[in-house]
Design a protein around this ligand. Sequence first.
Ligand SMILES: [Mg+2]
Length: 128
Amino acid sequence: MTIHVLVADDEPHIGRIIQTKLEQGPFRVTLVSDGPAALSALEEYPDIALVLLDVMMPGLTGLEVLARIRADARWSALPCMILTAGGHEQHREEAFKLNVDDFLTKPFSPKRLFARVAELTATAPGVS
Ligand SMILES: [Mg+2]
């Protein structure tokens, strides 16, 4: 069984690094490159078990997407991670106000990212 992870990042090489790492494990990745596409993917794939959002993206920022996820009863408990460039401490505060499950700073360790995704999806409802 694969665990479906949604990754939203507007830098294609970052998205590919994350996808390659996660797909070494029990994960399958849907990769999008802007905020509105992240919300569309959630509508389209009800099996998404975790969302990883870059902050600076076209359309809607990752924090705006996170706020919409948390405000929607279908996704309010969905594990969400935020990924941002270093030096944006206000993003961390905002993300934790929105009940983010984890916050990673670029440059990030793909191994650590994998470990956190594995931990967070192991406790997600409906995933065993
Ligand atoms: Mg970005």
